[in-house]
Design a protein around this ligand. Structure first.
Ligand SMILES: [Zn+2]
Length: 534
């Protein structure tokens, strides 16, 4: 702006305007010195967050390393909107603490949780006081021996930073919002798309709203409406790419844009943990009491009304039937989701049940059989062997079922090494072993295979395969757009999609769809006390 102003001025300069020019220069230099002094007046904002989605129905446990925590200024590198020329960086004094993000997995050990929380709190204590805090969590963390970990985390943050600091929280829509979490946060938002193509946009919205409320002096929203909706559905049934999720979530943005409302969200909740807080929630924050209450009730009622319409995002059936269809299909690649052990939902990712079924079938025994890519199984010893013998060498040994052996034991793999890759953040080392017509990806540590590049980096050609099997539920856009056809297999594992097989004891009842004939619930908004009020 300054450059343009000067350019226009110089272009039309006349002698009589010279005084004006001097005035302007003085004015500009004044701006600069003002900028310096106002630097200290910029709001002081901390950043913190621990994110994971963890299943309590899986024998796997998650330890601290899995969170790949970033500390201090390294935290900025996580967020595209905090990159070097970011306008947000100039609008506040930032104090990033710890941000950890783990792949979904089993329950978090108490030691890991206490260590992550302890580090966060210690770093927060270093730069007190704060005007704001951007809290970046998932909302479906389970911790050994602890109810409502995110509620515990934010309460302990409040004990350090006090109740006046404005906390703006961003969550995954598969997270859970307990009344305690709702009380201690001020501005609340969550993703509006599943798959989560809007994750960065949502986090940025949480930061934008926080700065906006601080700069305008409006501070904490006057009202927070919270409505528990007694629905608990798997993510594979609630994609916003198809109805009824699509229309339901399309209501959120227009509501959030209304005058008097700061943000609105619908949380589907997390189906594979067994706590009182596991259910859907609607939350709306803002300053206009009537609008906040009405819009929250509208969203909750809309969700309840369409509950019977949710279906799996792709036809879902037994593995046996998926394979029968795939073997006669001309559509390449026929993708089969091995859903029950989906590590991105919290499965151990090492269940061998499906691979055992594949190896037992005649069709895949010869290299000329139907070309099938299987992603993936952790098998550290076989991977080590493969690295030793190199590409073209023979390997023989056990894979998988080191964590979850409830459905099948470690499985014998004999084959030829086709590819070796080092350096993946999660897997560390990946190898491809061909056994019959199956190319199985084996990893040192578990890793989800979501993108075409994950395969092509291993010299695999997923588009040319007859069958592509992945331990995922719904496909991310990359694989979805590549599919010839797609079925989701109801395989066993820590994130079994057949909810009637899950041994719930603690969730609220009645709960849809477990209690099909339940009466209509009370969906009136509950106003949650502000974080600085009792
Ligand atoms: Zn999610």
């Amino acid at each position: 702006m300054k450059k343009i102003a000067l350019y226009l001025l110089l272009k039309h300069i006349h002698m009589k305007n010279i005084i004006y020019l001097f005035t302007l220069i003085i004015l500009f230099s004044g701006c600069n010195s003002n900028q310096k002094s106002s630097q200290e007046e910029l709001p002081r904002i901390a950043i913190a967050g621990i994110a994971i989605e963890s299943s309590t129905f899986s024998p796997a446990q998650t330890t601290e390393e899995a969170f790949h925590s970033k500390l201090g200024n390294d935290v900025f590198s996580i967020y595209p909107f905090f990159r070097k020329d970011s306008t947000y960086l100039k609008q506040a004094q930032w104090f990033p603490t710890l941000k950890g993000h783990a792949l979904p997995g089993g329950i978090v050990t108490r030691e890991a949780y206490e260590s992550l929380v302890g580090k966060t709190l210690a770093m927060l204590k270093e730069n007190l006081p704060y005007d704001g805090l951007f809290l970046d969590i998932h909302g479906a963390m389970s911790v050994v021996g602890l109810e409502d970990p995110e509620g515990d985390f934010i309460k302990r943050i409040r004990e350090v930073i006090g109740t006046e600091t404005l906390i703006s929280t961003c969550m995954d829509l598969h997270g859970n919002v307990s009344p305690r979490l709702a009380q201690h946060t001020d501005i609340m938002t969550c993703y509006r798309l599943a798959p989560h193509e809007d994750s960065w946009e949502s986090k940025e919205r949480a930061v934008y709203n926080l700065i906006e409320r601080l700069k305008s002096g409006k501070g904490k929203p006057a009202y927070k409406a919270w409505i528990p909706v007694p629905i608990l559905l798997p993510g594979e049934m609630t994609s916003t790419r198809i109805e009824p999720g699509k229309s339901l979530y399309a209501q959120v943005a227009p509501i959030a844009a209304e005058e008097g409302i700061i943000d609105a969200g619908i949380w589907v909740g997390y189906a594979w943990a067994d706590e009182v807080r596991n259910h859907a929630v609607v939350m709306v924050t803002g300053d206009n009491k009537e609008k906040v209450i009405q819009s929250a009730e509208q969203l909750a009622q809309s969700f309840w009304e369409v509950r019977h319409d949710f279906e799996f995002v792709a036809p879902t059936t037994t593995l046996e039937e998926c394979l029968q269809l795939a073997l006669v299909s001309k559509q390449k690649p026929f993708i089969i989701s091995d859903m029950g052990d989906n590590p991105t939902a919290g499965g151990a990712g090492d269940v061998t049940w499906t691979m055992e079924q594949l190896l037992n079938r005649k069709e895949f025994r010869s290299p000329d059989g139907p070309q099938l890519i299987y992603a993936s199984l952790p098998a550290p010893q076989l991977v080590e062997q493969a690295v030793k013998v190199g590409i073209g060498g023979q390997v023989s040994g056990k894979a998988g079922a080191m964590v979850d052996d409830r459905y099948a034991p470690p499985i014998q793999i004999d084959g030829v090494v086709k590819a070796i890759k080092h350096g993946d953040r999660h897997a560390e080392t990946e190898v491809v072993v061909q056994t019959g017509s199956i190319q199985v990806i084996l990893t040192k540590n578990r890793k989800p295979y979501h993108h075409e590049k994950d395969f092509t980096d291993l010299n695999l050609k997923p588009r040319e395969a007859d069958i592509l099997m992945v331990k995922i539920g719904y496909l991310v856009p990359d694989l979805y757009n590549m599919r010839g056809d797609w079925r989701m297999a109801l395989t066993p594992g820590g994130v079994d999609q057949d909810m009637n097989r899950l041994p719930y004891k603690n969730i609220r009842r009645p709960m849809f769809p477990l209690d099909q004939d339940m009466k209509d619930p009370n969906l009136s908004a509950q106003l949650i006390p502000l974080s600085n009020k009792k």
